[in-house]
Design a protein around this ligand. Structure first.
Ligand code: HXC
Length: 261
């Protein structure tokens, strides 16, 4: 796999792990990280063996403490818009990967870091993790999708409280409001994310990818269109070997081996 300056990409047994690696700056997202993240997502997309992705941050202190404030400070209006647009495009590409992406949140997930975690399918947080959208304290607002994904995940009321106060919330509160799927001891976040990724990797990649598409695309439709999308996706799974294998294995009382075909 390609070497990067600001992140690691390791693929092992159908699971890719991306580790954002600027621990001295709490893994803050500068343009270089964004571009390398985009390249890593492209590599993952092209690798048919990968069935789940884990995204995490290097060091014990942070997942990602936001976009890089020292880089953003001197941007003019056009540059700020470009930066926001670049981040949004990359996060959307990550969100649309055919396989699930799990954020293993090992510390601060603030601003762009919280936004990055929200662009993932699932979030596992360490008990010391802290989430928040502190942008209003910097005279700005979220620009990598936070105003949209946070409201969709936790509802407008709670999202507005988080956006307007800029206050951090702990992992337990994040769990209560549905911002994270699970809270685990901070020493085992990556291990738990790997267990979840392995459970996902053992199931039908096509069944999972279509489930993902149905949820992601259906969320932006009315119920009637969402249900029609489900019917279409469900039906087309009957073209696949995974459907034949899954049902045969059940009836033959043996474990299924899915090829994602
Ligand atoms: C640049 C950052 C950074 C960031 C931390 N650092 N966060 N650098 N951008 N977002 C740097 C610090 O400047 C410091 O560098 C080093 O990382 C360690 O951080 P400290 O502040 O010394 O650590 P600590 O006192 O433990 O405080 C941790 C913290 C704090 C609470 C997470 O660092 C913090 O508030 N960071 C900023 C969080 C934030 O506002 N994020 C939102 C950014 S805006 P030095 O060189 O001093 O050692 C955003 C917008 C996204 O994300 C959309 C854009 C379009």
């Amino acid at each position: 796999m390609k070497e990067f300056n600001t992140l690691y990409l390791i693929v092992d047994e159908n699971i890719a792990v991306i580790t954002i690696n600027r621990p001295k700056y709490l893994n803050a997202l500068n343009s270089e990280v964004l571009i390398e993240l985009s390249e890593a997502v492209d590599l993952i997309d092209k690798d048919p063996t990968i069935r789940a992705v884990i995204l995490t941050g290097a060091g014990e202190k942070a997942f990602v403490a936001g976009a890089d404030i020292s880089e953003m400070k001197s941007k003019d209006v056009l540059e700020a818009r470009e930066f926001s647009s670049l981040g949004n495009k990359i996060f959307s590409k990550l969100e649309k990967l055919r396989m699930p992406v799990i954020a293993a949140v090992n510390g601060f997930a603030l601003g762009g870091g919280c936004e990055l975690a929200m662009a993932c399918d699932l979030r596992i947080a360490g008990n010391k993790a802290k989430f928040g959208q502190p942008e209003v304290g910097l005279g700005i607002m979220p620009g990598f999708g936070g105003s949209q994904r946070l409201a969709r995940l936790v509802g407008n009321g709670i999202a507005k409280e988080i956006l307007y106060t800029g206050a951090m919330i702990g992992a337990e509160r994040a769990y209560e409001i549905g911002l994270v799927n699970r809270v685990v001891d901070s020493t085992v976040v990556l291990e738990e994310a790997k267990k979840m990724a392995q459970a996902i990797a053992a199931k039908s990649p096509i069944g999972i990818s279509f489930s993902k598409k149905a949820v992601n695309e259906g969320t932006n439709m009315d119920l009637e269109h969402g249900l029609s999308l489900e019917v279409e996706l469900f039906g087309s799974l009957f073209y696949t070997k995974d459907q034949k294998e899954g049902m045969s294995a059940f009836l033959e009382k043996r474990p299924a081996t899915f090829q994602g075909k």
